[in-house]
Each structure stands twice: as C-alpha cells, then as structure tokens.
Design a binder for this molecule. Structure first.
Ligand SMILES: CC(C)(COP(=O)(O)OP(=O)(O)OC[C@H]1O[C@@H](n2cnc3c(N)ncnc32)[C@H](O)[C@@H]1OP(=O)(O)O)[C@@H](O)C(=O)NCCC(=O)NCCS
Length: 182
C-alpha cells in the first residue's frame, strides 16, 4: 500500500539521498552557485528544514539557513530558504508548495524575514518579491529579479546591504522555542 508522504527532519543517514536529489536538480556545479556561496558557514535552521518521504523514497527537500543582513547602519537576522528541490518524477503535484508552506510556518514562528534566489512567478504566491533587494551585494552573480524577500516590513531591508553567516551558537535557533517543541 502506498504510504502518504510524511515530513522528516534532515539526518546524517538521509544525507546521501538529499545530495543525489540536489545534484539531479541543480547539476554538479551547484556548490559554485551564488546561493551556495551565500550560505557557506551559516547555521541551518533545523526547525524549518525538512525532507518529504513516501515508502522510504525521497520526494523532496527544503533547507533554511540563518544569515545576518547588514545595511542601513544596522544588522538584522534573516533566514535564507534553499535549496528546495522535488524529485523530477514527482514535480507539479504540490510537493514544492507543501515544503514551502511547512518551512515558512516555522520561519514565521521564529519571526524571521526570509530571502531566496528563485523565480518570482513561483515564489510570489508566498509574498516573495525583488522590490527591496536591488542594493544587496552577494558573493557571486545574481539575476536581480530572482533575488527575493518576504518580510512583514520589507522596507527595513531596502538599500545597500551585505550578508554574513551567523555562528552555530545562536540560542534562539539552537534551542526550539516552547511552541515549536510542543
Ligand atoms: C521548483 C520546484 C521545487 C517546485 O516543486 P513542485 O513540487 O514541482 O511545485 P508545485 O507542485 O508546488 O507547483 C507546481 C506549479 O509551479 C510551477 N512552477 C514550478 N517551478 C516554477 C518556476 N521556476 N517558475 C514558475 N512556475 C514554476 C509549475 O509550472 C506548476 O504550475 P501549475 O500548478 O500551474 O501546473 C521543483 O520544480 C524543483 O525541484 N525544481 C528544480 C530545483 C529548483 O529549481 N529549485 C528552486 C530554486 S532553489
């Protein structure tokens, strides 16, 4: 009998399948992509990072990372969503949307603005827009209309800005909140 898809946390044992899915989805040069360079050294937000499995097979994966945004004379925490990938055999059945919604619910619980590099025609449905990201400086090339932000007050992230990774010891991320632990 076909099991309905279930969310699972990322794990060491599950890593080879995730890496294979990412190779399939983004190609072997994916480590050189600007998104990979941007999250290098960042802490993964485990509460907002999931695999979706059915009958032991990996259907999709999403991971989120904590970065520090530096602009307007201050620094702000921000989540970076990605990579997100759905196995080519299972695309266009709403799995990408399920992964997005689950990850964003957790990031909202953590009250984090979210950035990603992706297509606005897909991510716009969750409020992602390139409107305030034009001044951001990334560690590699990016198509400006694919640099997207989702924030309650996006103007707070407007203007010239850079990013850095946050060390793993951020207590609010390392420890689940009371609500997410429930
Ligand atoms: C992007 C991705 C995660 C979407 O997953 P999915 O499970 O196929 O998505 P959903 O089923 O939720 O949504 C499918 C719908 O989104 C549309 N869509 C998918 N990717 C899109 C894109 N890049 N731009 C615009 N629309 C897109 C599909 O055409 C489909 O439209 P329809 O519902 O009108 O038929 C998946 O296509 C994928 O793994 N792509 C390769 C990796 C990648 O590019 N990841 C994103 C960058 S981090």
């Amino acid at each position: 009998m076909r099991e309905s898809p279930q969310f699972h946390p990322h794990s060491k044992a599950g890593r080879p399948a995730v890496e294979a899915l990412l190779d399939l989805s983004f190609g072997p040069a994916r480590q050189q992509r600007t998104a990979s360079l941007l999250r290098a050294g960042a802490s993964r937000i485990d509460q907002a990072s999931f695999r979706l499995l059915a009958n032991g097979a990996l259907l999709g994966s999403v991971e989120c990372w904590e970065l520090q945004w530096h602009g307007q004379g201050q620094s702000r925490r921000i989540a970076m969503l990605g990579p997100i990938a759905v196995h080519p055999d299972h695309r266009a059945h709403g799995i990408g949307a399920q992964l997005m919604e689950r990850a964003l619910a957790e990031l909202d619980r953590l009250q984090l603005a979210v950035m990603l590099i992706g297509d606005e025609p897909y991510y716009g449905r969750w409020g992602f827009s390139p409107r305030h990201t034009g001044g951001w400086v990334l560690p590699g090339p990016v198509e400006r209309n694919r640099l997207l932000l989702r924030a309650p007050v996006p103007q707070q992230f407007a203007g010239a800005a850079t990013f850095s990774a946050i060390s793993p010891a951020i207590p609010s991320i390392a420890r689940p909140t009371a609500r997410s632990a429930a």
